[in-house]
Ligand binder design. Structure first.
Ligand code: AMP
Ligand code: MG
Length: 466
């Protein structure tokens, strides 16, 4: 549906992603200006843009909502980037649309900077994600529990097609539209599916595999999305819609940070099964395309979904092998080694990120740092006896290439956001972005970014607060 931004009274560019602008074939110097701020606030349309708000439906915390849609986002258009990839440019927080329901269509500066930081952190970790191109303040307050500075995020995605986009047309009983959408998504993201005997089944399988891979990558770095509703699952396999997301500090599989997730539906350890559940909702929309005979369609789709778990398990253990330095031919004992280590971390609430980073030191003969993370190192010692025997010369190096030393730690994110929103001090935000751009490379002077919160993070909560 076509839509317009609400004019911002005093747009100010607070951050422009210069390297991403270049990658998109845009002119960073021209955008780094009041004229750029006017574009990123939605006040001025780039030439040729026909902005629109996209319709979608979705299961939110398990309950189906037949119409959600871009209630505060505007798709400006697409560009072909330097690698020949088509990318969407979307404003988030630019005002009401036909899908706003009771909302104001706005975004506050804190959540905009949060999405910027977390998305760029994921990109730095090499995990598929939407990205932030720019953040502007609008000069107008948004009203939440209290007035907050209004802002707009410019987001880049390889597309904004969601599981919920398919659900929207399927729920309206419009299989022709679902087919049109599927054809479009296949052409844009999975063209090889066209070569398969059943392209729509191949499409489902391809999305399944991308999601299995993606969720495994989240688990490897301790990322908790926080709202894995079907409208927040991208068909492209990119991480999308950074709301109350956060990285684990102390390892516990049932960790939930989101204040709205009271049942723990989207807890860290639930993410693989929720992804599979979401894919089942996706598969349902494709049934009429997969086979004209419904029982046969269901059988084919179910068989495809049944492979989610083995795809996920394979991606997970592969990644865990590298995280643990278990190089060479895979061994059947690797799975137990990985699970036992996590159990030991969970039992003693050890910091997930530090633990893997310190293991690389142990692999080089210095076991003191990892042992010091455990209040009672005996369980670690027992585990390490088997682990050390499995290591190779190159283990430590391989481990450090996949185990980040710097993640977007909750307390650092909060510090950066509060300095920006309360004191207009963007230095901590800029610094954190720089740290997170190279998360695997330990650098002098950045020790505080590698440490858990000094007083711990018990009770830390994140909010949707959009
Ligand atoms: P989210 O929880 O951010 O994934 O959003 C769920 C739905 O609520 C989407 O349809 C959003 O567009 C809509 N939404 C969230 N915040 C606002 C807002 N401030 N104004 C209008 N719609 C909103
Ligand atoms: Mg969303």
């Amino acid at each position: 549906m076509s839509a317009q931004a609400e004019p911002a009274p005093a747009p100010r560019l607070v951050k422009l992603n210069l390297t991403l602008a270049q990658e998109l074939g845009l002119d960073p110097a021209a955008l780094d200006s009041p004229a750029g701020a006017a574009i990123f606030a939605g006040n001025v349309l780039p030439e040729g843009a026909l902005p629109l708000a996209q319709a979608y439906a979705g299961h939110q915390f398990g309950g189906f909502v037949p119409q959600l849609g871009d209630g505060r986002a505007l798709l400006l258009g697409e560009v072909i980037d330097r690698h020949g990839q088509r990318r969407d440019i979307q404003l988030k927080g630019s005002g009401r649309t036909a899908f706003s329901r009771g909302g104001d269509g706005k975004a506050a500066l804190g959540p905009v900077l949060r999405e910027y930081l977390l998305g760029e952190a994921m990109h730095g970790l090499g995990i598929p994600t939407t990205r932030a191109l720019a953040a502007v303040t609008t000069g107008a307050p948004v009203f939440r529990e209290r007035p907050l500075p209004g802002a707009v995020l410019t987001r880049i995605a390889s597309s904004h097609l969601r599981v919920g986009t398919f659900q929207f047309f399927a729920a309206r009983g419009d299989p022709a539209k679902v087919r049109q959408l599927a054809d479009y998504a296949i052409a844009r993201h999975y063209p090889v599916a066209l070569l398969a005997p059943n392209p729509y089944l191949a499409f489902l399988e391809a999305v399944r595999d991308r999601q299995a891979e993606l969720i495994a990558r989240w688990m490897h770095v301790g990322f908790i999305h926080g709202v894995m509703n079907t409208d927040n699952m991208a068909i492209s396999g990119e991480t999308i819609d950074y709301g109350p997301c956060a990285f684990l500090d102390r390892y516990h599989a049932q960790t939930v940070f989101s204040s709205i997730d009271r049942q723990g539906r989207y807890a860290y350890g639930q993410q693989p099964s929720i992804a599979r559940w979401n894919l089942a909702r996706f598969a349902e929309t494709l049934l009429p395309l997969i086979h004209e005979d419904q029982p046969q369609a269901i059988e084919l789709a179910t068989a495809a979904l049944d492979h989610f778990t083995d795809r996920y398990d394979a991606a997970w253990i592969n990644g865990m092998r590298t995280k643990l330095g278990l190089l060479g031919a895979p061994q059947t004992t690797d799975l137990a080694l990985a699970n036992d280590f996590l159990q030991a971390l969970e039992d003693q609430q050890v910091d997930f990120t530090l633990a893997f980073r310190h293991l690389a030191l142990a692999a080089q003969g210095n076991e003191e740092p990892i042992r010091a993370l455990f209040q009672h190192p005996a369980p670690y010692d027992r585990w390490a006896a088997g682990w050390l025997a499995r290591l190779m010369e190159q283990s430590a190096q391989a481990m450090n290439a996949v185990n980040p030393v710097y993640i977007a730690r909750n307390h650092q994110v909060e510090l950066a956001l509060s300095a920006a929103t309360e004191n207009q001090d963007f230095a901590p935000f800029e610094k954190l972005l720089t740290v997170l751009a190279a998360p695997f490379t330990e650098r002098p002077g950045l020790a505080e970014y590698a440490q858990p919160a000094p007083q711990g993070n018990a009770g830390y909560q994140t909010f949707c607060g959009t």
